[in-house]
Design a protein around this ligand. Structure first.
Ligand code: ATP
Ligand code: MG
Length: 197
């Protein structure tokens, strides 16, 4: 599961666990983006902060792991490079990339989408505001084989986003129960997201 995780919140964790259950995955590897290509880097906490918050959030789950691959790689973090990397690490494993419907809807603009389907499959999770039915529109841009490699997943709806968490911090509002307690404390301890967006 890739993301900026700026910061990680319960929407991410619920989605990962729902995917693990539904697709009987052995483990879910969280991959914080080093340099997210779709985001303006202003307001993005350092890769190390985002990595450590992700570590704190996933630590209690026996099946969740964390990878530094996108943080260590130079240049923008492309999912195609990441899937190629994992495929090369072990091509006997069926790799799935877990993503929210909002991100998948942008797939046409991703870097080398054909590699994503060559080295793995996609799990498209529902997210409040982004109905899975909109994925239908993707079939116009993708081939039949590729559409078959996108799997839909209904996730218990959590209208949480990292943007919302950041906005609440800036407004002096509580983020309790939106992010794991350890993440809440890490943010406070390091004074993250206090400045201007
Ligand atoms: P931001 O508001 O800064 O864009 P975000 O909450 O969308 O942050 P990302 O790190 O951009 O978080 O998301 C990583 C992945 O998790 C994306 O594929 C996104 O669609 C998915 N995701 C994030 N929040 C949810 C949620 N509440 N429900 C389902 N999927 C989610
Ligand atoms: Mg997002």
């Amino acid at each position: 599961m890739g993301g900026t995780f700026n910061p990680i919140h319960y929407g991410h964790l619920v989605t990962a666990e729902a995917a693990r259950d539904a697709f009987r995955l052995d483990r879910v590897i969280f991959i914080p983006a080093g340099h997210p290509p779709h985001k303006v880097e202003m307001g993005v906490a350092s890769p190390e902060h985002r990595y450590l918050m992700t570590f704190l959030a996933i630590a209690p789950n026996f099946h969740f792991e964390l990878s530094r691959v996108e943080i260590e790689r130079q240049g923008p973090s492309y999912t195609s490079d990441t899937l190629r990397y994992f495929h090369m690490m072990d091509d006997s494993i069926d790799w799935y990339f877990i993503s929210g419907a909002d991100a998948i809807l942008e797939i046409a603009s991703w870097h080398y989408p054909e590699d994503i389907f060559r080295y793995g499959q996609l799990i498209a999770a529902s997210r409040p505001g982004y109905s899975l039915s909109r994925l239908q529109a993707l079939s116009d841009h993708l081939g039949e084989d590729e559409v078959r490699r996108i799997h839909q997943l209904e996730v218990p709806a959590l209208a949480i986003s990292s943007s919302l968490v950041r906005q609440r911090i800036q407004s002096g509002l509580s983020i309790k129960y939106l992010v794991p307690e350890a993440v809440e404390h890490y943010i406070a301890k390091n004074g993250l997201y206090q400045g201007h967006p």
